[in-house]
Write a protein that binds this ligand. Structure first.
Ligand SMILES: *Cc1c(COP(=O)(O)O)cnc(C)c1O
Length: 346
């Protein structure tokens, strides 16, 4: 049985969160002398002298509309990376608790675990980059607090089978984190509609990929309200700055543009895959549900260096397990993709 109280670290259960000036007075006033801000203004055309909304409600209401998830089920982080860190801090007792990771996958889960002194248990994906359910079951014990599942997975690009993820959600009483950074490019459905079904589910998404806002740093966690409340208690009070909040609010009005880009990216991905498969140096291109492809080549390091010479940077993933010989290539503009293919041809 899932029991949040059982999972949380004791210090987090006891934690009295920081109460900011803006937490203590809510509403509109004409004179604000409660937060030691500069009352005269800021040395910029726009006034940044006031602290931002610690709960980012305007963004959450817009996201609620777009995602079909109530605002109180949304946590916003300074990138998904902050959401990941907050989860470790909420649940994992340093030096005692463990997390299960499924490599090859996103590197931040491991780095963040190490920062938080969380024991890492690795259960490699199968040859076709799916969950190894029997091995997962073996790896879990009473100190396993988190399992990270990245779907579509980075760097392999494939989605993880939905029934397998459901199996984990139904049988693991800790927190199952599904990282959907690339979900906008996938045929597979998101899990954010399943929050009422699974109290142990946390879904991560980000504005860094399909939304084209990596520079603004906005990551989202979707979960049941009890989990979201804990995450809000832990985060730095003003983790999303005022300019990011304003720009994101504006960007969220532009869903049409983003949807056009998603369609174009998927179409370009298919062209890129076809182009890569024509090349003698490419042995295999793995099926991708993301905005990148993983290509097995005859000589990853050599090709990488040749591309760098021509000013084209891809990611050499050949040292990563199950990815020998592999380059990870982001889908570019049509011109960039042609440039890449020409460079690889030569
Ligand atoms: C790019 C990426 C993210 C995004 O991280 P941000 O901190 O939101 O930019 C998260 N997860 C995965 C798997 C990624 O590849």
């Amino acid at each position: 049985m899932f029991d949040l109280n059982n999972l949380l670290r004791d210090n987090i259960k006891r934690l009295v969160p920081y109460s900011s000036a803006r937490d203590e007075f809510k509403g509109e006033a004409s004179v604000y002398l409660d937060a030691n801000e500069n009352s005269f203004g800021s040395p910029l055309p726009k006034d940044y002298n006031r602290y931002p909304d610690p709960m980012q409600w305007k963004i959450k209401y817009k996201l609620a509309d777009i995602k079909g998830v109530p605002p109180q089920n949304i946590f916003l982080g300074n990138g998904s990376d902050e959401c990941i860190d907050v989860l470790y801090r909420a649940f994992c007792r340093p030096g005692v608790d463990n997390v299960v990771l499924c490599p090859p996958t996103y590197g931040m889960y491991e780095v963040s675990a190490n920062i938080n002194d969380t024991v890492i248990r690795k259960v490699s994906l199968t040859e076709d980059f799916q969950l190894d359910l029997p091995a997962l079951e073996q790896a879990i014990d009473e100190n396993t607090k988190l399992i990270f599942i990245c779907s579509p997975n980075n760097p392999t690009g494939n989605s993880i089978n939905r029934e397998d993820i459901e199996m984990v959600l139904n049988n693991f009483d800790g927190i199952v984190v599904i990282d959907e950074a690339y979900i906008n490019f996938a045929k597979q459905k998101t899990f954010i509609q399943e929050l009422t079904e699974y109290p142990n589910l946390v879904v991560l998404q980000t504005l860094s990929k399909a939304w084209g806002l990596a520079g603004l740093r906005l990551g989202m966690a979707f979960a049941g309200e009890p989990v979201i409340d804990v995450m809000n208690k832990i985060k730095p009070p003003y983790n999303i700055n005022q300019s990011t909040q304003e720009l994101v609010e504006e960007a969220l009005n532009n869903t049409e543009k983003v949807n056009d880009w998603i369609r174009e990216t998927v179409a370009e991905r298919e062209k890129l895959v076809a182009g890569l498969l024509q090349l003698p140096v490419v042995q295999k291109v793995y099926p991708s549900d993301a905005n990148f492809v993983l290509a097995k080549t005859t000589d990853a390091k050599g090709l990488y260096n040749k591309l760098v010479e021509q000013g084209i940077i891809v990611r050499d993933r050949s040292k990563v397990e199950l990815c020998a010989g592999c380059l990870r290539i982001t889908v570019g503009t049509p011109e960039e993709n042609v440039q890449l293919l020409n460079a690889l041809q030569a």
